[in-house]
Write a protein that binds this ligand. Sequence first.
Ligand code: GRF
Length: 211
Amino acid sequence: MSEEVFHSPKKHGRIMVLLSGRGSNFMAIADAVSAGKIDAEIALVFSNKEAAPGLAAARDRGLQTLALSPKDYPDKVSYDQAIIREAESRNIDLICLAGYMKVLTTEFCSAYQNRILNIHPALLPSFPGLHVQQQAIDWGVRFSGCTVHFVSAEVDMGAIVLQAVVPVLQDDTADSLAERILVEEHKIYPEAVRLYFEGRLEVRGRRVFIL
Ligand code: GRF
């Protein structure tokens, strides 16, 4: 059986960011876009939370924003369909999850297969899910870090694009470790998006090759 191969497109891309909170990863990507390091534009910053600080930051930067409340939709599928419509109407090439606290439906993941990235504050496949900095401390691991990965229907399990490692120190708290990891997140997420639109990501099954 031949393996399906995906190549990221080399183009000036249109990005949609999905966030639920402070949006520091969004800002790292936006800064890299403004600095001309990523050949793309951020066409929409979307949130499930009207009051997300990241949304206000996007407005301050003059970016188009949109918040839709899941409460206004009968179920998850119709909510995600609404987001997909917003993405389609803007010809979005890549969706960047940046602290988006809702799990995407299978329908969303397949509609945008190989076109959704996420950043996770642990070295996947270790510690998927939530509160992962505390989990890393509780496990006594010596190193943790962050992972940029493609999003598939299985949460935090899509193909890995980039990772960065940080030490876990003996006196770390979840907050101090999160802070150390965040510094690396802000480096590898923009880098992954840059590689994506340089047409340099080749996905073969679970493995991503950087061309
Ligand atoms: C980051 O730690 C990211 O890894 C995780 O959610 C947090 C979002 O932070 N997915 P921010 O909103 O980007 O500052």
